[in-house]
Design a protein around this ligand. Structure first.
Ligand SMILES: C[S@@+](CC[C@H](N)C(=O)[O-])C[C@H]1O[C@@H](n2cnc3c(N)ncnc32)[C@H](O)[C@@H]1O
Length: 267
């Protein structure tokens, strides 16, 4: 009886987030939204929900029936649209506001710290981020802390323009280049030593497959992903072609909104 009640409460919460995300997306005509503090609040609440161990239990007990799957898909894609709105707003107000950093962004910054585990990026590295976003905090942190040459690509041209604006404001002295290009179009791709995938890039495993022929033999891939409850916020891990890529390291970070797998080429 208790279990049914807990699952009911869990489902109710999922519907609550679904409704909130849809509301923000419908209200968002331009990116300077008055509801920004509320949006940050709901994303922070969602981040805490995703990493809450008790909710993991409810998720595991949930019957993943046909009715639940569209809700999960909606939550994943709409939460990622909301993050995009939030990042665009954060990029636009950068020049004239001393903005409080949200728990979500703090969590992402902690994730970046842990990303490559023992595989240190050095000043000799060339790092590519697929899905750099309008507020490319990953690019800035890596370039600043390691001195590496850093590249970002994004399919959203507005995200690319805002990303360049943020880099100009916060890291104009750093070696960071952002482009609206595919991995195939990047002339530097053969020299790239490390590649990071944003977890909200839906076709990240298709791109990983293409990268086998495009990159050098020692390239190291950090794939951000989220399985189980975390798949409400991230695209999950998938099988890879075992003749192309193998898992070098897989670490789960219970307190982070996404986890990371490191892949390397099968030689
Ligand atoms: C907002 S960032 C989110 C960063 C977040 N920390 C993460 O790890 O997912 C995700 C970016 O990926 C971009 N994106 C989505 N699909 C993509 C693709 N196929 N190629 C390049 N960028 C993509 C989106 O436009 C968005 O700007």
């Amino acid at each position: 009886m208790r279990q049914v009640k807990d699952i009911d409460a869990f489902l109710k919460k999922l519907h609550y987030f679904d409704k909130k995300f849809k509301l923000f997306i419908n209200q968002n005509n331009d990116h300077l939204i008055v509801e920004y503090p509320e949006l940050c609040g709901i994303i922070d609440e969602y981040s805490s929900f995703i990493i809450n161990h008790d909710n993991e239990k409810q998720w595991n007990n949930l019957d993943k029936s046909i009715e639940i799957l569209p809700l999960v898909e909606n939550l994943r894609s709409n939460s990622s649209v909301c993050i995009q709105i939030m990042e665009k707003h954060r990029a636009l107000v950068l020049s004239h506001e001393n903005e409080e950093i949200t728990d979500y962004f703090r969590n992402i910054e902690d994730c970046i710290e842990k990303e490559f585990g023992g595989f240190q990026i050095t000043s000799q590295s060339k790092v590519l981020l697929v899905g750099s976003g309008p507020f490319p905090i990953t690019l800035l942190m890596i370039a600043e802390r390691t001195g590496a040459e850093v590249f970002g690509i994004d399919i959203d041209n507005e995200a690319v323009q805002l990303g360049k604006h943020v880099v100009n404001k916060l890291g104009s002295q750093l070696s960071i280049q952002i482009d609206n290009k595919t991995v195939r179009e990047l002339s530097v791709i053969k020299q790239i030593t490390h590649i990071i995938f944003s977890s909200t890039v839906s076709c990240k495993y298709d791109i990983l497959d293409q990268l086998y022929d495009l990159t050098n033999k020692d390239v190291l891939i950090a794939m951000r992903y989220g399985n189980g409850l975390k798949s409400l916020f991230n695209y999950p891990m998938q099988e890879v072609d075992e003749h192309k890529w193998y898992i070098k390291e897989k670490t789960v970070h219970p307190q982070s909104v996404f986890d990371v797998i490191l892949y390397q080429k099968v030689q």
